[in-house]
Structure formats: C-alpha cells, structure tokens
Design a protein around this ligand. Structure first.
Ligand code: GRF
Length: 195
C-alpha cells in the first residue's frame, strides 16, 4: 500500500507511522511522500531523516485553491498513491481530490467524534472545548474524509477519562499518545480489508 501523508506541523503522527513501518507493526505499506501545507515545519525534518520524498504545497505558493488542489492531486497521482493520510493537516481538500480518492483519504482527530469536531475544532482548541463541555471522556478518532469537516465514517476510536485537574495541555498530551497508537491500527485495518 503506497501512502502519501499530508502534514502541517510537528509531525508526531507522521513519526508514529514511520516507526510502525520500521518496527514491522505495519507490514505491506510504505510512505511514498510527505506533502506539507507549510514551509519549515518539523514534519519535513522527520521525512528527511527517514529518507522519504517530501514537498511543500502551501497557500503562499498556490494562493488559488483550484491550482493548489491540482498540485496536490498531481503529486498524489505521480506517486501512484493508494492511501492519503491527513496527519495534523490543517488545510482543506476539495472534491477535486476527495472524489477521485473517495474511500482512500483518512484523518486523525483528537476527540471522540462526532463530539468536538467540525470548524475551529483543531489542535488545542479541541481539548479546550472538551474541558469546557464537562465531558468525562475524551480520546481520538481515525475516520474517512468526506466533503464535510470531521464527518466521514469512523474507522477506529479509543477513549480515555478526562481528569478533574486536566488542563487542555495535559489532556492534549494524553490524547496524542492515543493518536500515535490508533493511526497505525487504522492503517492495518485498511490493509486487512484489502486482502
Ligand atoms: C494533533 O493534535 C493531532 O490530533 C492533529 O494535529 C495535531 C498535531 O499533530 N491531527 P502532529 O504532531 O503534527 O502529527
């Protein structure tokens, strides 16, 4: 399975996939490229270290969204991508990509969707909303990406208890550890489905 990983930041989820492939927790898949929406993010260093081809397709370079989508689609097609993984990717993908890649784009989200998903629910804001809502449970979700935001079919979810003294930061840290487990698990589920 040829995987293209789309990133925007530190890339700890990308690293989880790199490590899972290296230690054979994931078999039958390879990361064929990393595409970042931003210059200079640590994800690109991680790709470099792992010898994975990487490129930046940013709003700065491609202000027109149609051109940006075409550039992303060209990169995905050029590497014969089987699966697109959004790992901390903070930009949107339009139907130009989601239609031809329907059922082959997945995203990791740091809450128990459908709770605390959708617009403005990303990064630390998710955990602020979880704590403000008084939820006793939180966790992470890997789901298929459709034209909505965080609305596609759920592949795997894992929950944890929100502690009374949790801050958004302390909760984010514990949820991130879950993300790093369930993203490789989701890829293995898709690999098993392919067999
Ligand atoms: C994490 O909060 C993750 O839930 C979200 O993006 C954030 C950063 O992920 N998808 P990463 O460290 O860049 O993989």
């Amino acid at each position: 399975m040829r995987i293209s990983v789309l990133v925007s930041g530190g890339g700890t989820n990308l690293q989880a996939i790199i490590d899972a492939i290296k230690n054979k927790e994931i078999r039958g898949a390879e990361i064929v490229q990393v595409i970042s929406s931003k210059e200079g993010v640590f994800s690109l260093r991680r790709a470099e270290e792992a010898g994975i081809p990487h490129l930046v397709i940013s709003k700065k370079d491609y202000p027109d969204i149609g051109e940006r989508m075409r550039a992303i689609k060209e990169a995905l097609d050029e590497k014969s991508t089987d699966l697109v993984v959004l790992a901390g990717y903070l930009s949107i993908l339009t139907g130009e990509i989601l239609r031809p890649y329907r059922g082959r784009v997945i995203n990791i989200h740091p809450s128990l969707l459908p709770r605390h998903g959708g617009k403005d629910c990303y990064g630390i804001h998710v955990h602020e909303k979880v704590i403000a809502s008084g939820d006793k449970m939180s966790g992470a979700t890997v789901h298929f990406v459709d034209e909505g935001i965080d609305t596609g079919r759920i592949i795997v979810q894992r929950s944890l208890e929100v502690n009374p003294d949790d801050t958004p930061e302390s909760l984010q840290k514990r949820v991130l550890a879950i993300e790093h487990r369930i993203l490789p698990e989701a890829i293995n589920i898709l690999l098993a489905d392919k067999e």
